[in-house]
Write a protein that binds this ligand. Structure first.
Ligand code: IVH
Length: 665
């Protein structure tokens, strides 16, 4: 039998060997031995420890997972508070941050460190004499939860640090995160088991760290990146970058994409370079972090109660998100087309909460293969409408069925027909109330007649009570009619009538657009208004005359012609004239500062809504475009401008603010 000392030495040797492999694999991403060989060494260690329990120590790789579940989490008071970080969303805000830094540091030179902002949760790891003693969540910033048992299961977190010169007390801060592959795998298992899926890897990581049974946490494949220090018994380095190098020497995982930047411009370039590359990382980041490198300078800059003044985050707009399709509705549109719409588990996307997404048509629904219960990736198209772009089939719960194309209109119950193209399914009942509601909503909408106070709920009531059967009926409404409706006080009734009246003097193009003629939106309506000057002349135009207009193709021409030659439509238009609708053609300027220019608008304006600014641009003889290119003459930037502003700067396109725009007008 081997001597006790020999056994102890052998145990230590096996532990070191396993630690070395863990370090190579989980920290450096290198694989040097086969899984099988690793398992053999691990089994050997386990066997020796079981036979000699007196040698078992908590820092052994076999002791990562505690057998005993916790009853609850103890509190941990952070020796150094864990602060939060201020956010920025564009280059201007980053430059403003740099200005503040420059002002406070005076003549001093300074540089930055730029890091990925890992989308997980912050933890504080306390090492004493190189051994992990506690791991705590950020919690309130002053007091967090003791999640040591769970953090110990994360193989990227060393239980024992490597190398020499380790401070007696070393607190390491960093992010616990769930790699995308682990997240997909976990959600697949959960849905198969009938458990709710996690909305994103951050929630999954947080949920996994807050489990009482570490054995479950172990299965979650969490990982970790170190990026800061907490309490230190002695200084580690002079600056942040050196600190990260020390972390690496200690065997801690440090993100490989950390860079130094000599000034803010370099830092901004690095930030922007990740806006697309980030999708190729095996984990989610929600932005970038810029830190003043030198600790002396960090000290001068200090902190507000909430966040340090020496660092800032640059947040990417979350343009894609994952969520679950809870149900699929079918809606009838203003021309009778049936559109499937997905009701989603609410999710944050580019600054708003998204609950619904259009699936466009049944062809698209089939192409995507969306079913109720599916996990889907949604994206914002043109910054506004969320779209489903992908179904995560691997996460599909058992027992789901393909969605069936309806055979009848969900609103009026009439039989439906396939459009000539075969893509659209339509309700062809001319008296379908669902269609009428949609037509009225569009008529009253902001880009058309812009009738304030005439919202969806009121329109529904007006149609359902039979008070309104067409556009003209809106103008015949009397106060007593409205007061009889649900939730309608005298004052609101007055406001509704006033708002409807105010719509009577809208320009001709708005009226043309409001009719909801198929294929004719605001822009084509403007062209028609300009060309014909009055509704009468437009109604008399031949199909050929219409098709001859630049930007009005044969399909539009046919649609316009058919609309005005439909006796039912003509009757409604006659009634509209009779109630005093007098659409006016406003003249478009052919000269002036903005004539012939192409303008892109981004952000919120003080004096204009979107339709209003577009109208103003057109009336000034300019063109409004939705994307910035070299051909753009100006970008008009309001408050909270989007990526278009960055694009303009990148291409050297002139940027003007609202005041300058008004002056040019
Ligand atoms: S430094 C006081 N560096 O972002 C700031 N934080 O929004 C010290 N985060 O609570 C933290 N990646 O959870 C830092 N490279 C990084 C980070 C990072 C992600 C998280 C961290 C923090 C939050 C603030």
């Amino acid at each position: 039998m081997a001597k006790k000392e020999d056994i102890e030495k052998q145990i230590e040797r096996l532990r070191d060997e396993i630690r070395e492999h863990d370090y190579l694999y989980y920290v450096l991403n290198q694989s040097t031995i086969s899984d099988r060989r690793y398992d053999e060494i691990f089994a050997e260690l386990k066997m020796l420890e079981e036979a000699n329990p007196q040698f078992i120590t908590l820092d052994s790789p076999t002791q990562r997972v505690s057998e005993q579940p916790l009853e609850g989490f103890a509190n941990v008071r952070h020796a150094v508070p864990m602060l939060s970080m201020d956010n920025t969303y564009n280059a201007d805000e980053l430059r403003a941050f740099d200005e503040r830094v420059r002002k406070q540091l005076g003549v001093m030179d300074y540089d930055y460190v730029v890091e990925l902002k890992i989308d997980g949760l912050a933890v504080n790891l306390r090492y004493e004499r190189g051994k992990l003693v506690t791991a705590a969540t950020r919690g309130s910033g002053r007091v967090g939860d003791d999640v040591t048992a769970n953090v110990r299961t994360i193989k990227a977190v060393p239980l024992v640090l490597r190398g020499g010169d380790i401070p007696v007390v070393l607190e390491v801060r960093g992010e616990v995160y769930m790699p995308t592959s682990a997240f997909a795998e976990l959600n697949k298992l959960r849905t198969e088991a009938g458990e709710p899926a996690f909305a994103n890897p951050r929630n999954a990581a947080a949920g996994s760290l807050k489990l009482l049974d570490a054995k479950t946490t172990e299965t979650r494949n969490l990982s970790f990146f170190a990026y800061a220090t907490g309490e230190l018994s002695e200084p580690l380095a002079e600056n942040h970058y050196q600190t990260l190098q020390k972390f690496k020497e200690f065997g801690l995982p440090v993100n490989p994409d950390i860079k130094r930047a000599k000034d803010i411009n370099e830092a901004i370039d690095i930030c922007f370079s990740w806006s697309e590359k980030r999708l190729e990382l095996g984990y989610q980041i929600d932005g970038m972090v810029i830190k003043v490198n030198h600790f002396d300078q960090q000290d001068i800059l200090g902190a507000t109660g909430r966040a340090p003044r020496w660092c800032i985050s640059y947040k990417f707009a979350a343009e894609q998100a994952e969520t679950i399709v809870e149900s699929i509705d079918v809606q009838v549109g203003k021309s009778g087309i049936l559109t499937p719409v997905a009701n989603l588990t609410p999710v944050q996307l580019a600054g708003t909460t998204v609950k619904r997404a259009s699936l466009h048509n049944f062809d698209e629904l089939n192409r995507l293969g969306v079913r109720c219960g599916d996990t889907v990736v949604i994206e914002k198209a043109g910054e506004i409408i969320p779209q489903v772009i992908q179904v995560k089939k691997e996460l599909r719960p058992a027992g789901t069925k393909p969605f069936k194309v309806p055979k009848e209109c969900p609103n009026c119950g009439s039989e439906v027909k396939k459009d000539e193209s075969g893509v659209y399914v339509r309700c062809v009942n001319p008296d379908c109330q669902g269609q009428l509601i949609e037509r009225l909503k569009y008529f009253a909408g902001r880009g058309q007649m812009d009738i304030e106070n005439l919202g969806t709920a009121l329109i529904e009531q007006l149609v359902e009570t039979g008070l309104v059967k067409n556009f003209a009926d809106l103008y015949k409404l009397q106060k007593p009619d409205l007061i009889d409706l649900e939730r309608m006080a005298e004052k609101s009734a007055d406001n509704v009538i006033k708002a409807i009246e105010a719509g009577k003097t809208r320009p001709l193009w708005r009226f043309i657009a409001a009719l909801g003629i198929r294929h004719i939106g605001g822009q084509s309506a403007q062209i028609l208004a300009e060309r014909f000057g009055s509704l009468d002349t437009l109604m008399k135009a031949t199909q050929q005359e219409l098709a001859d207009i630049d930007q009005i193709g044969p399909t539009m021409a046919e649609s316009i012609y058919e609309y005005f030659h439909n006796p039912k439509n003509r009757a409604v238009i006659d009634q509209l004239f009779a109630v005093g609708i007098s659409p006016q053609q406003t003249t478009v300027r052919r000269k002036g500062n903005l004539a012939g220019k192409t303008i892109v608008v981004t952000g919120t304006l003080k004096n204009f809504t979107r339709p209003q600014i577009e109208q103003a641009i057109r009336q000034a003889g300019a063109k409004s475009s939705s994307s910035v290119s070299k051909k753009t003459d100006f970008v008009l930037a309001g408050e909270n401008p989007g990526s278009k502003l960055d694009k303009a700067k990148e291409l050297g396109v002139k940027v003007i603010d609202e005041k300058e725009f008004l002056e040019l007008l």
